[in-house]
Structures are given as C-alpha cells and as structure tokens.
Write a protein that binds this ligand. Structure first.
Ligand code: PLP
Length: 428
C-alpha cells in the first residue's frame, strides 16, 4: 500500500462519515462573509443568551479563580448539593447528591449518556440539532417522531404510545426538551402527566432537557420528573438561564433507580474529560442557591423575552406568516407554507434554500427547519431573537417598565430583522 493510502479518508470511522459541521457554524461563516463584503446582516442564527452572567455569579468566579485542583469526576460536592436542593425546591423531588453528575456543558453529558445507555434514541421532530448526530456517532438507532404544527410541534401521548407499543420491551431513550429549541413552545403540566403515563407504561428512560426551564416566560415551568420520577433524568446547566454558555457547565440528575447509569457515565467521564473546570464549578454554586438577586435577574430576563417574543410574533402574523407566540427561551419557529407557491416560482424548494435566500436578499441569518429534523419541504425556520444588547436591556429593566416601547428602545435591530423578513417574503 502506498504511504498516501494511510492518510486517506477511507480510514474514517463509518459513524462519523458524512457528518457535516453544524448549520449554525455554516450560517455564521456565510454571514461573516457577507459582512466583510459590506452588507448589513441581522444574526438570528446563534442560540446564545443575550444577557450577561449575573454579577453575583461572576463574583463567585472571581473569588475562586485560584482553585486549581482536579475535582471529583462527578463534580464538586457543594455544587451537586446545591443542584439537588435546587430541584427539591422546585419540584419536591430528592435527587441524591451521588446521582448528580457535572460536566463541561450538558451537550457532553448527553453524549456520554447516549454512549452508556444501550437503547434506541427517540426524539420528536423538530428537536435540537445535536441529539441525532450524537446518536449517529455512537452508532445508535434514531427514531424521529413526526409532530404536528397544530400541536405546536410537540409530542402527544398517542404518538409516543404508537412507537412504543410496536416492541414494548425495547430499551428506549426519549429526549424531551421544553421550552423547546427550536420552537420556543413548552408543555402544560396536564400534558406532561399524560406523557409520563406512557413513558412509565413502557419503562422509557426519559431525559428531560430543561436547559431553558428557568426561562419559561411566565416563570411557570413544570418538570415531568414530578410525574415520572423513577425514569426521568433532568438535564440542565448554566448556559441559557444564567447567560453562561461559554463557561461550559452542565449537569445531569439521575433518579435512584438509574444510579447505575450515573455511575457508568462517571466512569466514561473519568476516561474523557476528567472533571469540569474547578473555578467554574465553585462559581456555579451561587447560581443554584436561592438568592433574591438571581430571582430579580430571571424576572427581568423573562419579561424582556416574553414581550420581545410577542412583538416579533405579531409582526410575522400580520404578514400572514404562521407562528404562535413562544412560551419560553428565545426562539421562534415560523412556518412559511402560506407562501409555498411564491417560493416554488423562485426555485425555493426547501427550508435550507429559503434560509439561504433570506440571508442573501434580506440579510437575515436564521436556521432552516430541516436542521432540526423537519422534512426539508416544510418551510420552517428557527429564529433566535437575541440580537440586542442584553446587558443594556436587563439593566434598564430595573427601573423601566418592560412593554412595547421598551422593546422598541432596547431591541430595535430584532424588530427591524422581523420587518426585513416580512418585506422579503411579501416582495417575492
Ligand atoms: C436544547 C438544548 N439542549 C442542550 C444544549 C447544550 O447546552 P450546553 O452544552 O451549553 O449545556 C443546548 C445548547 O444550545 C440546547 O439548545
């Protein structure tokens, strides 16, 4: 064999062959190229909190900058204690400290979880971009469940039952994310009760990805762990509600019945990332403890996201774009199917082309619904409505009322971007 053959992609592991860089990166690069050509681009592609990390948590990091030792693999005991108490305060469920695992972001933990649990992955369409590629890398089967726009793209108990009753004993891992990335919609408590009943019937291991939970716009987030405690693993972290995506801190909380899975994951963690950054873990304790300052920060963040989400939704609805106001987080997931005929006349046959044309013509960067598992021919987009100065807005919300005028004053670019979308689609 010639030497060159050793340096050839035929040696790529089959599981990673054909995987592309995430669409977020692609759109970002394309946006930067347009910006370098002197074009104005509204960046609504990136799912990052616009708000600063709360001062009290930053101070925690400053105070602990000298922490330099490796910490236990599962994480700093004081932090796991704080997270256990946090869930107990919110949901009245006791997650044992030894069953809480801290990692460098929940993404990494979800990957290791899929690696350790031998079961088929079940995810509703649309779902967050990384669940399926992670399963593919590991070599797990992926079962997408199609959802309906009329149900706000959420999984129904009947849809879940239909999948499970096929082979009732098959081990399955269901990831339910609410409030949702990409849709911004969430489940009501009654809906969680019904889904929990189906999950229990088939002993589905349920990962409740509540990374946007504290950003439920009305502060009314419910967790399915209260209805299916024995089978629910809660996934969370600092990235979204604490504005600290770059800090890389996530956590999984396992019920007693799944202690063995927490232990297995900890072994995998010990052979991969070892433990999460020590200063970050010390600082995170503050974020999970009860502090009036944290409550006030969250109250303002939610109000801004609520009013901005509603305002954006109105602009889209008035132009005939199908959408409903989001319930939490900072995403919108409009459906442009009303414009299908116009799109077809302009050779726009799928959501990816729609997304590219919108960026080229209107300078608005979004992500196509196909990236989240939606059929490409369904004209959906994920809009991340975070292109405003979050520090200025959250500081102003200390003294100013958050209403439409506030939104116009502090989030002008987001509103302009919505109007650009409307202008583009109307002019086709
Ligand atoms: C739904 C969802 N889950 C998990 C993650 C991972 O977050 P992190 O790894 O920052 O904890 C994200 C990040 O965008 C997300 O949107």
């Amino acid at each position: 064999m010639a030497t060159d053959d050793f340096y050839h992609e035929v040696h790529l592991n089959l599981n990673v062959r054909g995987l592309k860089h995430s669409a977020t990166l692609r759109i970002n690069e394309y946006s930067n190229q347009l910006i370098s050509e002197g074009k104005k681009v509204y960046k609504l592609g990136l799912g990052q909190s616009p708000f600063p990390v709360p001062d009290i948590v930053v101070q925690g990091l400053i105070n602990n900058a000298r922490e330099k030792d490796y910490l236990p693999v599962k994480g700093l005991p004081a932090l796991r204690e704080a997270i256990s108490s946090f869930y107990y305060r919110h949901w009245g469920k006791k997650y044992l400290v030894e069953n809480i695992v801290i990692g460098p972001g929940s993404k990494e933990l979800l990957f290791l979880l899929q690696l350790c649990y031998y079961g088929e992955l079940i995810i509703p369409t649309p779902s967050w971009v990384s669940y399926a590629p992670q399963a593919k890398i590991i070599g797990r089967n992926i079962h997408w469940i199609a959802t309906k726009k009329e149900n706000f793209w959420r999984l129904t108990p009947a849809e879940l039952d239909k999948i499970c009753r096929h082979d009732p004993k098959k081990p399955r891992l269901l990831i339910l994310n609410y409030p949702s990335n990409p849709t911004g919609y969430t489940y009501k408590n009654e809906e969680l009760i019904e889904l929990a009943a189906v999950a229990r019937k088939y002993k589905v291991v349920l990962v409740s990805d509540e990374i946007y939970g504290m950003l439920d716009h009305k502060g009314d987030h419910h967790s399915i762990c209260t209805h299916y405690p024995e089978g629910t693993i809660i996934s969370g972290g600092l990235s979204k509600w604490c504005g600290a995506g770059g800090w890389r801190l996530g956590a999984l909380a396992f019920p007693k019945s799944l202690s063995w899975l927490a232990d297995a994951l900890s072994v995998a963690a010990s052979e991969t990332f070892t433990s999460t950054s020590a200063p970050i873990q010390y600082a995170a304790v503050t974020a999970f403890e009860p502090h009036p300052e944290m409550d006030f920060y969250l109250e303002r963040a939610r109000k801004i996201l609520l009013h901005l989400g509603q305002y954006c939704n109105r602009i889209l609805n008035e132009a005939g774009i199908n959408n409903a106001a989001p319930h939490g987080g900072f995403y919108l997931f409009p459906d442009f199917s009303n414009f299908r005929n116009k799109f077809l006349q302009h050779d726009i046959f799928d959501s990816e082309t729609m997304c590219d044309k919108l960026l080229e013509s209107a300078g608005v960067a979004t992500l196509p619904g196909s990236e989240f598992g939606c059929p490409p021919s369904v004209y959906t987009l994920r809009i991340s409505y975070v292109n405003f100065d979050g520090r200025k807005a959250i500081d102003a919300a200390v003294t100013e009322t958050v209403d439409d005028l506030f939104i116009e004053k502090y989030c002008p670019d987001t509103l302009v971007a919505m109007k650009e979308i409307v202008k583009w689609v109307s002019a086709l």
